[in-house]
Design a binder for this molecule. Sequence first.
Ligand SMILES: [Zn+2]
Ligand SMILES: [Zn+2]
Length: 238
Amino acid sequence: MKLLFDLHTHTMASGHAYSTLQENIAAAARAGLEAYGFSDHTSGLPGAPHNIWFDNFKVIPRQIEGLRILRGAEVNVLDFEGHYDLEESIAKKLDYLIASLHSHTYVSGTRQQNTQALLKAMESPYIKIIGHPDDDRYPVDTDQLARAAAEMGVLLELNNSSLKPGCTRINGPANARQMLLDCMRHGTRVVVNTDSHISYDVGRFAEAIRLLEEVRFPQELLANLDLARLDWITRPRG
Ligand SMILES: [Zn+2]
Ligand SMILES: [Zn+2]
């Protein structure tokens, strides 16, 4: 299985990642990717860049080392109403937003409340991907999430970092597996990302590929198999 892009990656700008944009792109090229997206954390997390950092992406070329370059951000969902920490004037200039629950910016509620937080976040047309909905620190109902994502044209993320031993997320592999089964039932589109915080992980999807093969995930729902499917993520929603 050949995955052509990685859209959830962090650079040093995130404050707890260790490679530059240039190093990540070089790694993406070495891994044989055809597109690369960076998605640094937004302002709620300690050490994350000020909004002005996201506001100047116009200086970054659209094509580097033969790769198509996409400009994203991983926003923090803040509450059960799905508010997140990036203003619309900046969000609308980016190619995509990934919405995620993180410990510094979100206090977990019940499974239903956490699910509602993500469902509400999906109502924002800038949210294209729900990041790592696979963590029992913030349990979510992936069946409900997959059904709504399919209806709303949002992709759920199969996060390769969640599948690795030593990941701080809880029960990532089992939850990711359940999420894929729910996506298969509802016809929900999935994107595989590494969530790399250092260039050595960019474009390395071994654990995710193993899981996709194990559940026989249908090719027509998997974004990364076709460069044209970047449209699923970059085109305006709603
Ligand atoms: Zn995250
Ligand atoms: Zn991330």
